[in-house]
Design a binder for this molecule. Structure first.
Ligand code: SF4
Length: 387
């Protein structure tokens, strides 16, 4: 399959607000179920081990909000409005269950609304461990995972055995490996892997299931490796703060076209939440719990025990990505991102790293101001930075 065909396929999945790919999967797998999950991190291995299709619910900037606004005050982020709109318009009615991770108060409250609006659907609020003691955190999270294993098994009518879990963990280790490979390729040769394309592929992966994602992602990686693109004189930047509500695709394109190579980001961060492979021997739930507690990515939605950890975070990420600067791009009213931003930015600027910051909403439609900001940022680094 050609690179263009893969990107077109991914764009089609991304733009389809009726989740036709998930509905088709259900039609192709009679008797099976689909389980949605909100950002940022949900244990998709457990959903998959229950024989269910994991479906990422990331809202949408392309849907007209009619009912969603009635549920929320004006001064919160946009994501819950579009999620409610998708649900209230019946676009998520193929789901049998939805998991709400403890990302922030907004998502916690959304889980309560969901229980009232859709009492026929299984809803679970996932309390991710936020403690300094990793052993206590792992024990707590393993118990949570065990509840999810039993309850999703009940919804699916399948006993989620350790064997099933190990097989799903192995599959998601492959998914994480392919994504790490694509991110590494983009970091080394960003002209070969435009972030617009990588992002579309990852978004499609949120809907089509891990097996199909692996097939398409491997084909894309092979095409991107061999398909030589022209190297352009661009600045290497990291985008951070977009781990939950996603920027509109137009914003990602705008930043790239303004003269930036995006060499690291936290879009759809749940895919890279566990930084390493989860061991396949021993108890699979303990392995998943340890993987989260000891191997999670540094992010604003997890407790950081090291007081200097957040101040050093951007310096470390910039060094790892060989980036020239950082763009802080958070959703408007996103508490986790915006409360962390001053500390992250202070640490970056103390290390001499050029930074800019802006806020977006998933339904932002005007990109001129972002183009000017990112373009000026890129030019100033080229003129006065070490780049
Ligand atoms: S965008 Fe931020 S505030 Fe809104 S739901 Fe996500 S984490 Fe919470």
């Amino acid at each position: 399959m050609s690179r263009t065909a893969i990107v077109d396929w991914a764009r089609g999945v991304y733009e389809d607000l009726d989740f036709t790919a998930a509905r088709q999967w259900l039609a192709d797998h009679p008797g099976r179920h689909a389980c949605g999950y909100l950002p940022v991190y949900a244990p998709r291995e457990v959903i998959h081990a229950a024989g269910m299709l994991p479906v990422g619910i990331h809202g949408s900037g392309d849907i007209e909000i009619i009912r969603g606004d009635a549920f929320y005050q004006s001064y919160i982020c946009h994501l819950p409005r579009s999620v409610v709109e998708l649900a209230q318009s019946g676009r998520l009615d193929m789901l049998s269950a939805v998991l709400f991770p403890s990302t922030c108060d907004v998502i916690r409250n959304l889980s309560g609304m969901w229980q009232i609006l859709f009492p026929q659907m299984y809803v679970r609020y996932l309390d991710l461990p936020q403690v300094a003691d990793p052993q206590m955190g792992a024990e707590f999270w393993r118990r949570e995972l065990d509840v999810v294993r039993r309850e999703l098994g009940r919804v699916a009518g399948i006993e989620v055995t350790d064997e099933r879990l190990r097989a799903s963990v192995a599959l998601y280790n492959e998914v994480r490996g392919v994504i790490r490979g694509l991110y590494a390729l983009r970091g080394a040769k960003p002209w070969q892997v435009p972030t617009e394309e990588l992002y579309l592929l990852m978004r499609a992966g949120e809907v089509v299931g891990p097996e199909k994602f692996l097939e398409m992602a491997r084909a894309y990686a092979a095409a991107a490796e061999s398909d030589d693109q022209r190297v352009r004189d661009r600045t290497r930047v990291i985008i951070t703060g977009s781990f939950c509500e996603q920027p509109p695709l137009g914003l990602i394109k705008t930043i790239e076209r303004a003269g930036c190579y995006i060499v690291d980001d936290d879009f759809l961060a749940g895919n890279r939440f566990l930084t390493g492979d989860v061991p396949l021997d021993g108890d699979p739930l303990s392995a998943l719990a340890e993987g989260l507690v000891r191997g999670a990515v540094k992010t604003s939605v997890l407790y950081e025990p090291d007081p200097e950890g957040k101040r050093n975070l951007m310096k470390n990420r910039v060094a790892a990505a060989k980036a020239d600067g950082v763009i802080f791009a958070a959703a408007s009213f996103c508490d986790p991102a915006l409360l962390d931003r001053p500390m992250l930015r202070e640490g970056a600027e103390k290390a001499g790293i050029p930074c800019i910051a802006f806020k977006f909403a998933e339904n932002s439609g005007q990109f001129q101001q972002f183009r000017e900001q990112a373009g000026t940022f890129s030019d100033s680094i080229k003129l006065w930075g070490d780049a």
